[in-house]
Design a protein around this ligand. Structure first.
Ligand code: BDR
Ligand code: CA
Length: 342
């Protein structure tokens, strides 16, 4: 990670990014952040099942591009976990449509890229060797499939940042598992052991950053644009879930921004405390989906923990208020042109 070191944003060559996502309300926030930030260039979006089924994820990715007036390739990917049986999407968190049940949608003419997501990732990595950053914020089947297609992929990409997992904080789908890892633990373990520069942004930090609903309402009032209107609607639905079900939020009317933090760690790494160590995923049993981190610098002789297992940089703490300020500052920028959406 070598993003701009202050929240005023220095001009650097924008980092080329592929956004692997299951939109998803916080996925939409993350996409907007990436589109708004001058140091990031979204070269493609790959979709996966997770918050919604994959067809809906693709529909949403295309719709978010349409709303924001961007033409970005969208390639559809994993429609189910690698090994385990798929579970119904959490419509009570993100809405049946993944965007808080939008009351209406305008027509979208753009079509998905004909290539499967994994092929798209491989093609882009080969076209821009050493330049692509993969930011993955859903179940990790697309990245695992890309590794199968091109085992040399870790040498071709610049780095991988994923939102998923947890080390110390409790899980959000079981006492130890975070949703993205739970949804495809086999794929996640392949990603953690692939040997690419990898940063994990898990619940240890995303549960520290509460984004008030009022922020998204202010954004909508500020931009007066269909893209931010839709996001404010979606966040209202999402915040309602958290208000009813997550005592950690207390009386706050707001939500966790989970996925957007995968981009904030790229643009503002100084806001995070990271520790490096091996991470493995429990693929079945009671601990299924747990991300287990080796935090002590010792050699373990046990199978699966040998010294040749690659390391992951894990975010363990975050400056929450500064992080929120960066998100607000970025989304308030004049990044949306005049809307063509009627
Ligand atoms: C993760 O799971 C999904 O519901 C969110 O979009 C985020 O990627 C949080 O556990
Ligand atoms: Ca997500």
């Amino acid at each position: 990670m070598n993003g701009s070191s202050d929240s005023n944003m220095t001009l650097t060559t924008p980092r080329k990014v592929i956004f692997d996502t299951d939109p998803g309300v916080d996925d939409a926030m993350a996409l907007y952040y990436a589109l708004a930030h001058p140091d990031l260039e979204v070269m493609g979006i790959t979709t996966t099942f997770g918050n919604v089924w994959v067809d809906q994820a693709t529909t949403n990715a295309l719709y978010l591009c349409h709303l924001t007036g961007r033409t970005i390739p969208v390639a559809q990917g994993a429609d189910r976990p690698t090994v385990k049986t798929a579970e119904a999407p959490p419509d009570f968190i993100h809405g049946t449509d993944g965007l808080g049940n939008l009351p209406q949608r305008s027509a979208v003419l753009a079509q998905a890229d004909p290539r499967p997501a994994a092929q798209f990732i491989v093609d882009m990595a080969r076209q821009f060797p050493g330049e692509m950053t993969l930011v993955a914020v859903g179940p990790l089947g697309n990245l695992a499939a890309a590794l199968q297609l091109a085992p040399e992929l870790p040498t071709l990409v610049h780095e991988v940042i994923l939102m998923g997992g947890t080390v110390i904080e409790s899980g959000n789908v079981s006492p130890v598992a975070e949703a993205n890892i739970w949804n495809d633990p086999h794929a996640a373990d392949a990603v953690f052991t692939a040997g690419w520069p990898l940063t994990m942004v898990g619940l240890d930090v995303t549960h520290q950053v509460i984004l008030p609903l009022a922020l998204f309402q202010q954004l909508a009032a500020h931009h007066q644009h269909p893209a931010t209107d839709a996001l404010a609607h979606a966040v209202a639905f999402y915040s309602d879930f958290y208000r009813q079900h997550d005592p950690l939020l207390g009386q706050a009317i707001g939500c966790y921004g989970h996925d957007v933090l995968a981009f904030v760690v790229l643009t503002n790494p100084e806001l995070f405390t990271l520790q490096t160590g091996r991470v493995r995923v429990a693929v079945d049993g009671l601990a299924q989906g747990q991300t287990m981190m080796q935090r002590k610098k010792v050699s373990y002789p046990q199978q699966g923990w040998h010294d040749d297992i690659p390391h992951t940089q894990v975010c363990l703490a975050v400056q929450a208020q500064a992080c929120q300020a960066v998100i607000e500052h970025t989304l308030m920028r004049p990044w949306l042109g005049a809307s063509k959406v009627r």
